[in-house]
Design a binder for this molecule. Sequence first.
Ligand code: FAD
Length: 446
Amino acid sequence: MTPQLTILGGGPCGLYAAHQALDLGAKVTLYEKEKTYGGLAAGHERGGNWFDLGVHMLHAFDTEIFTTCQKVMGEERLEVPLKSHIKWGGKIYHYPLRGRDILAGIPPLTLARCLSGLFIAEIDSRFGNRPAGPDAESALIELYGAPLYEFFFEDFTQRYWGIHPRDLSAEFIRRKMPRLSAVDVFKNLLEKLHLTKVRNTSEGALRFETLHYSATGSETLPRRLATSLKNRGATLQAQSPITKITHSDHLITGTNYGTVTSQFLSTLPLPHLIQALDPPAPAHILRAAQELRFKPMAVYALLLKKDRCMDALYTYYRDRIFHRVGEPKNAGLLVRPSGHTTLIVETTCEIDDAKWTGAALPQIIQDLQAEGLCRQEEIISQHLIQATHAYPIFAKGFETQLREITDYLSTFRNLRSSGRQGAFTYPNMHQAMRMGATAVKELLET
Ligand SMILES: Cc1cc2nc3c(=O)[nH]c(=O)nc-3n(C[C@H](O)[C@H](O)[C@H](O)COP(=O)(O)OP(=O)(O)OC[C@H]3O[C@@H](n4cnc5c(N)ncnc54)[C@H](O)[C@@H]3O)c2cc1C
């Protein structure tokens, strides 16, 4: 009998899962609540121009997934050398920071303190028996030493997340900042001082990476993936929110669109999946689901009467209302009319605060002007693009709630919850796609 797979959510994870399921001979039905596919990576057309929710570029680290995406994107795929910057100590540096930049960007006395802190942290982690602390503050101090934590990470984390590192789980540091280990910072420094050879590490690959994009931005990959899935016989239903998931005897039996005998892959935010269950999940699971929080994001998408604003694909800022500004034209985005450009200004926020509602626009413009990126009179139009579930928040203690929920979900024999929202984690697109492929193999091959 042909295996059946029902996929909830049409972001990168759900779309690639559908691709994998078709390869394995399954009949696929996918439900997506929005009009377009792609989730966080979807494109947003405003006034004839395309905007991403924060410039979204494809990494080629997963060869199998990249080969599929390459085929699917066809002639629309553009190769773009990574060029990103960070504004640090009043100057613009490459991002990730290079050893030379650290040397130049930090006052000598602070630098000496930071380096000795790093050194002690490194020795401690190799030879010490200090138990790992439960919160992000102790994890950061353990990784980078107290002086660098106080100089950079404490304030940066608080600004970006609106949460002090003391109130974030140590897991946040392990998953969100894996490339900035003290060893890497040291290695970079030694490389720059020509004390060691430049090695082809994954960090090196990140610094010199080729990324993949298109003239219409991130919308190309999900659009073409969805078209390919339909051509191969999958049923894709946009504008179809899942509001109910029925179950009986540890099996999922259907959704608000009807009863079906099928395997189920959910990529919905975990709390939504739990709340949609009918009959309802036990009270302690519903409570645990309510405790899992996501950081919303508001993107100010601007069209400017100006040819270029910056000399990078994007720049990170530490002291502004926004934390990152991207200029996708520098990655090959086609902007109309000619002689114009677009900026994608990213802010993390809370629902209904000034950044979320758009009321922060004057401050955004003021900060863009202060950074010399544009002048008020160059802005032709502005659009607000919002995401309620941009980042999972690893609040202190979230591991317990997550474990309770995943243990409960594992009692359903024909269900997997995966992807960025469904696993409550931080993957890039190719990693979310890999998660979808793995979940499908587990569901269809067991
Ligand atoms: C600002 C920002 C920049 C990023 N930049 C990059 C980058 O440059 N490169 C990169 O590789 N990755 C990037 N990422 C990460 C990338 O966006 C995610 O890894 C990827 O989108 C995760 O895919 P997903 O399918 O797991 O989740 P999502 O993209 O969130 O997809 C989930 C889908 O489920 C749908 N859904 C939700 N509820 C329902 C419901 N009730 N019924 C039906 N459907 C529902 C949603 O509409 C959505 O389509 C970035 C992320 C952010 C926030």
